[in-house]
Design a protein around this ligand. Structure first.
Ligand code: HEM
Ligand SMILES: *[C@@H]1O[C@H](CO)[C@@H](O)[C@H](O)[C@H]1NC(C)=O
Ligand SMILES: *[C@@H]1O[C@H](CO)[C@@H](O)[C@H](O)[C@H]1NC(C)=O
Length: 329
């Protein structure tokens, strides 16, 4: 009996000391001796990329989301199609839409010039996504000082790169713009993320652009839409044709702020899926809360980005550190 009790105590202690599988071994200082300049290299490259094209902050943030939602944050989205590998770039949610791959290539080249074959593409993408957000100002008054503008968070590191990709999982597990609230909640729940995480991560739509084809149905047929907003958006998105014409997703696409939620409260959400977050359902209170308190949005967004980045990383000896982010070694 005594030995059984001792066994139980030791076992429970050992189990309680194990990191949870979702966060196994990631740590902010993972490369602090093997690649001490990593954070500076990524930040400088992202600064150049965003100065060159402001939208790149949004495009890289979305790449990270689409990476993490398909078999975890393992750089699977970066793999090009080959004769033997069907990648994720041509899955419905990514084709003609996912962008920023050249920026990741540039960063990888610079990182490898300093620390050859050390840093994974998955970690580079996680850092670049964070840096993009940092480089977009929170307020108009900070436009002149982009370096200090945006929300930041510490990125846990130590992910490794996948040797596989899944186009079918990209097609079935990334939510689309016609999704209902129930579908959105369910798709995030399938990843271990809460409805609240879904609502706060959707606040990423405070930056970036969308193609007419993703919001046409909403602006012509949805009834829970501000009429003046629908009229404005129809001007550059005809009922047929113009599929690739772009519109900003929220009213202030150059600021990482809570305008996305203020727009939802005004029934000016661009996607049907966006407006589902404020349409009489479970997320109305969260949306109203963020619309009234921009600081709470920024804080909760940062915390939720860490949870997104913790999805099923490959660690230890699993996966590999790719030499070229577009191909397995
Ligand atoms: C909740 C479910 C979500 C749906 C249904 C959704 C859907 C979409 C769609 C349809 C687009 C436009 C794509 C195009 O026109 O090519 C888009 C853009 C974007 N999404 Fe989402 N999204 C969701 C969640 C997220 C999350 C969680 C993030 C990041 C944390 C994110 C970040 C972005 C960004 C930044 C853009 C703009 C990209 C650019 O300008 O290149 N989205 N999203
Ligand atoms: C970088 O690492 C790869 C893989 O280990 C190796 O093949 C290559 O020779 C290295 N390049 C340099 C410049 O050290
Ligand atoms: C709007 O709905 C009508 C009736 O269901 C449909 O015929 C039409 O194609 C839809 N328009 C758009 C732009 O989706």
């Amino acid at each position: 009996m005594a030995s059984l009790a001792k066994f139980l105590v030791v076992t429970l202690l050992a189990v309680s000391l194990l990191p949870s599988p979702a966060t196994a071994q990631l740590s902010a200082n993972f490369y602090s001796t093997s690649c001490p300049n990593l954070l500076t290299i990524v930040r400088n490259a992202m600064t150049q990329a965003v100065n060159n094209e402001a939208r790149m902050a949004a495009s890289i943030l979305r790449l990270f989301f689409h990476d993490c939602f398909v078999n975890g944050c393992d750089a699977s989205i970066l793999l090009d199609d080959t004769a033997t590998l069907t990648g994720e770039k041509n899955a419905g949610p990514n084709r003609n839409s996912a962008r920023g791959f050249q920026v990741i290539d540039t960063i990888k080249t610079r990182v490898d010039a300093a620390c050859n074959a050390t840093v994974s593409c998955a970690d580079i993408l996680a850092l670049a996504a964070r840096d993009g957000v940092v480089l977009v100002p929170k307020h108009l008054s900070l436009h002149r000082d982009k370096q200090l503008g945006g929300q930041t968070w510490t990125v846990p590191l130590g992910r490794r790169d996948a040797r596989t990709a899944s186009q079918s999982a990209a097609n079935s597990q990334i939510p689309g713009p016609s999704s209902s609230l129930a579908t959105l909640v369910n798709m995030f729940s399938n990843k271990g993320l809460s409805a609240r995480d879904m609502t706060v991560l959707s606040g990423a739509h405070t930056i970036g652009q969308a193609r007419c084809t993703t919001f046409r149905q909403r602006i012509y047929n949805d009834t829970n839409i501000n009429a003046a907003f629908a009229t404005t958006r129809r001007r550059n998105c005809p009922s047929t044709g113009g599929d690739g014409n772009l519109a900003p997703i929220d009213s202030t696409p150059a600021r990482f702020d809570n305008s996305y939620y203020r727009d939802l409260v005004a029934r000016r959400g661009l996607f049907h899926s966006d407006q589902e977050l404020f349409n009489g359902g479970s997320q109305d209170a969260a949306v109203t809360g963020y619309s009234n308190n921009g600081a709470s949005f920024l804080r909760d967004f940062a915390a939720a980005m860490v949870r997104l980045g913790n999805l099923s990383p490959l660690t230890g000896r699993n996966g590999e550190v790719r030499r070229n982010c577009r191909r397995i070694n």
